[in-house]
Design a protein around this ligand. Structure first.
Ligand SMILES: Cc1ncc(COP(=O)(O)O)c(C=O)c1O
Length: 378
């Protein structure tokens, strides 16, 4: 075997020994698995109005966008989606990207000026971390949800431009960032606040407008929001929302916007339909909150260590990476898909099962899935 392939094999063996093997498993359409692993929080990925809107755009525009947004890829559907997202989020303008990952890379980099200090929460998603890295700016990583540490980091850099970077609902444990406090501290130091609302959009806030809106910060001139369109909106793509001047800056300089083919118009049309449904989805959000509370009660009563969920993500601690893998596999064998998070995908050394609650799953299936998780616990 070629040297480089043998070296890769050795690294794979080390990962296997540490219980960190990752494998792909094809999902077939309409399988009978109870899904507590996906991010289709509101069940909109398969909603008939969403798929019909996508199908209409598919036949009108064809499969792909045929070019980047600045060339031929910017359809009227993309613009309508951006207007709808800006209106929902209470932002001046919104800009759609082909993924949340790319939106985060562009947003962080776009906020950086010479001498900018980035202050990034230790539990931030990989796309925010990579955004900080790619921006080349000095980055201080502060302990999770620690407002005092953020204040100290800002105070230690007087006179420098700074950006506080956080998620609203953290993807691993589902807890909520102290956004109002972070904003107050940032404003006191003349810093900006960048919030990734990926797991909050559609799930929290007035009419599902997300964590920034829930904290009363929508439309603030020193706040920029990013989100993915792939979770509660059931589609694909990402968005950056904020002041018009910042969006213009990204259109003209954002590398992951400029040098990337636009998201397919059919996906944009489906997401546009999903935005309308999500805004009207208070009953679905109430059901999510109810199920999250039920999960905590049932799993807690069985002696499992469960996170206190602020949205629709619940995490359950596993004794270690191998135990987490075996637990998730046993659940899968019994027809329940759960997320399995192990280092390095966890921000600390804890392995966990991650349960993402979807209103698209029948209530009785959800309750049965909780029993399965308890019965398979290590
Ligand atoms: C918090 C957070 N931000 C960003 C992303 C990336 O979004 P996308 O999948 O659209 O690239 C994800 C996960 O998908 C996420 O969990």
């Amino acid at each position: 075997m070629a040297d480089w392939l043998a070296a890769l094999d050795r690294r794979a063996e080390l990962r296997a020994k540490a219980g960190l093997t990752r494998t792909l498993r094809p999902r077939v359409a309409g399988d009978a698995v109870v899904d507590l692993a996906g991010n289709d929080y509101l069940g909109l990925a398969t909603h008939p109005e969403v798929t019909a809107a996508a199908a209409r755009a598919l036949s009108a525009y064809g499969l792909g966008a045929t070019g980047s947004r600045l060339v031929r890829g910017s359809t009227d559907v993309h613009h309508a989606l951006e207007d709808a997202l800006a209106d929902w989020l209470g932002a001046d303008r919104a800009l759609v990207f082909s993924s949340g990952y790319l939106a985060n890379l562009a947003a962080v980099r776009g906020l950086v000026r010479p001498r900018t200090l980035l202050v990034s929460d230790a539990h931030n998603h990989a796309s925010l971390i990579d955004g900080c890295r790619i921006s080349g700016a000095e980055t201080v990583v502060t302990p999770h949800a620690d407002v005092a540490a953020v204040a100290a980091a800002l105070a230690a850099a007087p006179g420098r431009p700074a950006v506080v970077v956080t998620e609203s609902v953290f993807s691993v444990d589902g807890d909520l960032a102290p956004l109002a406090e972070l904003h107050a501290v940032a404003r006191r130091h003349g810093a900006l606040l960048l919030v990734d609302d990926a797991h909050a959009l559609g799930v929290t806030g007035p009419a599902g407008a997300g964590g920034v809106a829930a904290a009363g910060l929508a439309g603030e001139p020193d706040v920029v929001i990013t989100a993915t369109l792939s979770k509660a909106l059931g589609g694909a793509g990402g968005v950056v929302a904020g002041p018009a001047e910042f969006v213009r800056h990204l259109v003209e300089t954002g590398r992951t916007f400029i040098f990337d083919t636009a998201p397919p118009p059919a996906v944009a049309a489906g997401v546009l339909a999903a935005v309308r449904l999500a805004r009207a989805g208070d009953a679905l959000r109430a059901e999510l909150a109810d199920r999250a509370a039920l999960a905590v009660r049932r799993l807690g009563a069985a002696g499992l260590a469960v996170s206190a969920p602020d949205a629709a993500v619940v995490s359950v601690t596993a004794p270690g990476p191998e135990a987490a893998t075996a637990w998730a596999a046993d659940c899968r064998d019994r027809g329940v898909a759960v997320g399995c998070f192990r280092p390095p995908s966890t921000p600390d050394s804890r392995s966990r099962l991650r349960l993402t609650i979807s209103a698209g799953v029948a209530r009785q299936d959800f309750e049965r899935a909780l029993d399965v998780i308890v019965e398979c616990a290590p």
